[in-house]
Unconditional design. Structure first.
Lengths: 102, 150
């Protein structure tokens, strides 16, 4: 389905994840973050860029992997993206929701 | 999600850990209460030596007579750990650290601690306290709280 984010028409799935990463830009990310009551700081952006990079390299994302990344530890990851960090952060990053149990 | 772990076999410990971590990943609060053999999962000297049960577990597809032979538990455990590593499953200590960092609150059962003569210092540092079953019920008060017994 399609929605309007930051003045752009964006394709998303039923959970609100972008289905076409080429439609993503920082403004779109900020808008999705605002919906989750998150104001993006430089630390958030570092994590988001890391997640996008991992996705580009086709790495399966998990909390464990993020924790070992050296970019952010698990405690800070939960602090930056309260509630469901991996789900929220990937949504903001415009990449698919990781199918991970760990 | 309130999870009570009463068993110390690797498969049960992992089930409890995955459920607690999975709750946090979904933004759900999670607390764990370790009692009886479940205490082995947070006992510093024991937590790295947990085994899979090879006897009395038909799903292992090992005949009970063979499952009881010396070394069978260790063998099955080694094999299972190899498979776990393949799916990015952390070891017990690392998993506890992940749970702790993710905000899962960990509690030890006072009665079982007394029974096994364990001290708070014997336990993984992330364990917040040694509490009674009543305390845990109090922690669980409120609407919409789910409790799992493993």
């Amino acid at each position: 389905m399609e929605t309007t984010l930051a003045g752009k028409t964006i394709s998303i799935n039923e959970e609100g994840y972008l289905t076409d990463f080429t439609q993503w830009d920082e403004k779109v990310g900020e808008t999705i973050a605002a919906e989750a009551d998150i104001t993006l700081s430089p630390r958030h952006w570092e994590v988001i860029k890391y997640l996008q990079n991992e996705h580009r390299n086709q790495v399966a994302l998990s909390i464990r992997r993020v924790g070992k990344s050296g970019v952010v530890d698990i405690k800070e990851f939960y602090a930056l993206f309260p509630k469901a960090p991996l789900k929220t952060a990937t949504k903001i990053a415009g990449i698919p929701k990781p199918a991970s149990c760990i | 999600m309130m999870i009570i772990l009463s068993k110390g076999t690797l498969e049960n410990v992992y089930a409890a850990f995955v459920l607690a971590n999975g709750a946090r990943m979904e933004g759900i609060e999670a607390e764990m209460f370790f009692t009886f053999f479940g205490l082995e999962a947070i006992h510093k000297q024991k937590l790295e030596h947990l085994h899979v049960a090879t006897v009395g577990n038909p799903a292992m597809h090992i005949p009970t007579m063979l499952g009881g032979l010396p070394g069978m538990e260790a063998l099955a455990t080694t094999m299972m750990k190899k498979e776990m590593e393949k799916v990015d499953m952390p070891g017990v200590l690392e998993f506890l650290e992940i749970l702790s960092a993710s905000g899962v609150r960990l509690w030890a059962c006072k009665l079982a601690m007394d029974m096994f003569h364990f001290k708070k210092e014997d336990l993984f540092e992330g364990v917040e306290g040694v509490i009674t079953v009543g305390d845990f019920y109090k922690q669980s008060a409120g609407e919409g709280v789910h409790m799992l017994f493993i």
